[in-house]
Design a protein around this ligand. Structure first.
Ligand SMILES: Cc1cc2nc3c(=O)[nH]c(=O)nc-3n(C[C@H](O)[C@H](O)[C@H](O)COP(=O)(O)OP(=O)(O)OC[C@H]3O[C@@H](n4cnc5c(N)ncnc54)[C@H](O)[C@@H]3O)c2cc1C
Length: 413
């Protein structure tokens, strides 16, 4: 037993999704013990992946009375979820005006409105389950940058009003007076939140285990086949598991059956400062990001640390370069200083990880092409937590035999 677990640890270290050390891996209550042996019997649903997405899916299914088995090839909560900076934004990566041009105003407006609801749903769920995860609502400031200037931001604020989302347009003078930030304009919005992503995921998993779900790790699913009355999943060790349905919440890794040209894996970088006792008051209570490419984003946590990130690159593997991590962390810290005047000094934690996007900026949450009983969610971009809530809702509805009204927006493409 001991030998097996050592070799698994060695394998997962070599096979880490991240380099560097995300701060959340140092916080308490961010691990969940898993069984090593696969259980006998048939489950209603097998959820593959024990990150935020799998945890939310398992929570929705067990709440609906389904029997659930969760599998992961790594320990639970050790995929990309703990790399998240966990700004739970209703503001999704593609502005409403731009998304409307890409996919039409109806679907774009519904995607934005659904994201507002998803953040509120997650805040309410965390409260209902009593999760100790630093969850709290936060206003968000979206700054003009090289991708959107003052006029584009004004149009964006009006477009959001048009679908019923609150958004205050701020001029340069307002921004300087209220935040000491010199940019041509910004949108100030409510309806977002932040949390500790490892604690919320571990808390959700503990809740589903208390409802008799089972979590087994390490187990890697390498293939699948649809049967007349179920879905068969093959493990790397040669076992075959059968369930009514399977849902792949596998982040940036997926089986060949799920590959699609509209989905790309990219790279991103993040850091956390040491606790900063003298932060300007507004920085303690705010999510900030900018309409720029590459962009900077930041927030603070309960201890007064700045959590910041950005500098995304399109190459899937550039996040595995330690020298680049040091360089990118330096750029993020310098940009933060230039924008806010706050010097964080040497970051206490730096890390980098893969990130995945789709051509239109919305995730895929749908049945895998050619399968009736197998679903996948992928391409979350910078809104993995918000979109995971929507994924759990859409797939739970499909498994219950009803159609989510927004499912077509997130179809396979
Ligand atoms: C630096 C960074 C900052 C981010 N910031 C934010 C943010 O501020 N806000 C936000 O909403 N999102 C953010 N994101 C995105 C968000 O973190 C991710 O989209 C989200 O955590 C993905 O969760 P997941 O559960 O889908 O994937 P993961 O957490 O990666 O979990 C997938 C799991 O599936 C397992 N797995 C994979 N393949 C198999 C297989 N074949 N068999 C068995 N198990 C398998 C993996 O081991 C893994 O544990 C950020 C991401 C990064 C990298």
């Amino acid at each position: 037993m001991a030998t097996r677990s050592r070799s698994h640890d060695a394998q997962t270290r070599k096979d880490d999704l991240r380099i560097g050390k995300p701060i959340w891996l140092t916080t308490p209550h961010s691990t969940v013990p898993a069984a090593k042996k696969l259980p006998r019997g048939r489950f209603d649903v097998i959820v593959i992946g024990a990150g935020i997405s799998g945890a939310l899916m398992a929570e929705a299914l067990t709440r609906a009375g389904k029997s659930v088995l969760i599998l992961d090839r790594r320990p639970a909560v050790r995929g990309s979820t703990p790399a998240s900076t966990a700004m739970i934004q209703h503001e999704i990566d593609i502005p409403l005006t731009r998304l409307s041009r890409k996919i039409g105003p109806d679907h774009a407006g519904r995607a934005w409105v659904r994201s507002v609801a998803a953040v509120a749903d997650l805040v309410a769920l965390s409260a209902r389950l009593g999760l100790d995860c630093g969850m709290g609502p936060k206003p968000a400031l979206y700054l003009a940058g090289d991708e959107m200037g003052a006029r584009a931001l004004r149009n964006e604020a009006e477009a959001r009003h048009g679908v019923g989302i609150k958004a205050d347009y701020l001029k340069r003078a307002d921004l300087i007076e209220r935040f000491g930030i010199d940019r041509p304009a910004a949108i100030l919005s409510q309806d977002s939140a932040s949390e500790n992503p490892a604690q919320v995921t571990a808390g959700l998993l503990r809740a589903v285990l208390s409802r008799k779900a089972q979590l087994v790790s390490p187990v890697e699913i390498t293939d699948m086949a649809e049967l007349p009355s179920g879905i068969a999943l093959a493990t790397r060790n040669g076992e075959v598991l059968v369930a009514e349905y399977a849902f792949f919440c596998t982040g940036y890794e997926y089986l060949p059956q799920m590959k699609t040209a509209s989905h790309h894996v990219t790279s991103t970088w993040a850091l956390a400062s040491r606790p900063m006792p003298h932060l300007p008051g507004w920085m303690r209570d705010m999510i900030v990001w900018e309409a720029a490419d590459p962009y900077l984003y930041f927030r603070s946590d309960e201890a007064g640390r700045i959590i910041a990130g950005g500098e995304d690159e399109e190459a899937a593997d550039s996040n595995s370069d330690p020298e680049k991590l040091a360089k990118k962390a330096g750029i993020i810290a310098r940009k933060l200083h230039d924008l806010t005047g706050v010097n964080i000094g040497k970051p206490a934690y730096t890390w980098s990880a893969p990130f995945s996007v789709t051509d239109d900026g919305l995730p895929i949450i749908a049945r895998v092409p050619g399968y009736v009983r197998c679903f996948a969610a992928m391409g979350y971009g910078g809104n993995g937590i918000t979109f995971s809530v929507i994924a759990a809702q859409i797939v739970a509805a499909a498994i219950a035999g009803s159609d989510d009204p927004d499912a077509a927006i997130f179809r396979y493409r």
